[in-house]
Design a protein around this ligand. Structure first.
Ligand SMILES: [Zn+2]
Ligand SMILES: [Zn+2]
Length: 289
């Protein structure tokens, strides 16, 4: 899951470097390093808040658990808001992200998986974005993998112009906090979010424990879960893809699940699907890391 530009990419497609994406990533990383030379308290707090909103709301609550897996339901306005937050990560539009991730679940660690570490660790982390095909905003191509989203004109528009909300966000950031807030709320926050999301594709298919004997290499990794607000309980997730809850026991902290529970308590989240806990404590399913 995750990127600036790319598409559902198979290993056969790794050919030319995706120029625009690579240059954008290069400048973003330079901007991220520069942020450490422009430190102000408001800038740092803004960066943290935007990280939470974009990665927590946009990816965890939105793109992943809602748009891709439909593990719960919210009013349309909130669904659209989460999608807008998702675009702010620069991981592509909703139709692209959902299509790529659904293919990942269909072909996990098999030929056709867009980002499996079996094709190389660097490939699974960011190689698939740098060398992948640049069809991320080719809405027509991606739509067949996400027909539910493609029926919605708002998602079709957002998928093509996914960079617009992020570009517009530069105006208030610069207006209220100058260069420091622009760098912390922009490049640094984006780069940390991208790597955190990419770690779900790389690290949680490499390192951590396996509670369930899934047919892929997925693992539960606490530090990726910390960075992504719950997405690191990835073996649980591959075993129970439609569960809104990924951290299945009390010590598997899952901030996104806590947020869904809160939304459910105030009546905003409905039809919340949760993996049965009995399936978790079946010791026969527990195997060593
Ligand atoms: Zn996975
Ligand atoms: Zn998933």
């Amino acid at each position: 899951m995750g990127i600036v530009k790319a598409t559902v990419t198979t290993i056969e497609n790794r050919s030319a470097v995706n120029g625009v994406t690579t240059i954008a990533l290069l400048f973003l990383h330079i901007g991220a390093i520069a942020a450490f030379f422009y430190v102000t308290i408001p800038a740092v707090l803004t960066g943290i808040a935007l990280y939470w909103i974009c990665i927590g709301f946009g990816i965890g609550l939105g793109y992943h658990r809602l748009h891709t897996h439909r593990s719960y339901e919210v009013p349309k306005w909130l669904e659209y808001f989460f999608a807008l937050c998702g675009t702010m990560t620069l991981e592509g539009g909703p139709i692209f992200w959902v299509a790529t991730h659904r293919v990942h679940h269909q072909k996990s660690d098999q030929p056709g998986d867009p980002h499996s570490p079996r094709d190389g660790r660097f490939w699974s982390h960011m190689g698939w974005i740098i060398f992948g095909e640049a069809k991320h905003n080719n809405t027509a191509v991606m739509s067949k993998y996400a027909p539910d989203l493609a029926r919605d004109p708002f998602y079709r528009w957002l998928n093509t112009y996914h960079f617009v909300p992020l570009v517009l966000s530069a105006i208030p950031l610069y207006y209220f906090g100058g260069i420091p807030m622009l760098l912390w709320g922009g490049p640094l926050r984006i780069v940390l979010g991208l790597h955190a999301t990419w770690l779900v594709n790389s690290a949680t298919h490499l390192w951590g424990s396996r509670r369930f004997k899934t047919r892929d290499d997925s693992r539960n990794n606490w530090w990726v879960a910390f960075l992504t607000m719950g997405e690191g309980w990835h073996n649980n997730h591959h075993a129970h893809p439609t569960s809104a809850r990924h951290g299945l026991v009390w010590y598997e902290v899952d901030i996104t699940w806590m947020t869904i529970s809160l939304l459910n308590a105030i009546g905003l989240a409905k039809k919340v699907k949760v993996a049965k806990v009995t399936s978790v404590v079946n010791e026969e399913d527990v195997i060593a890391a």
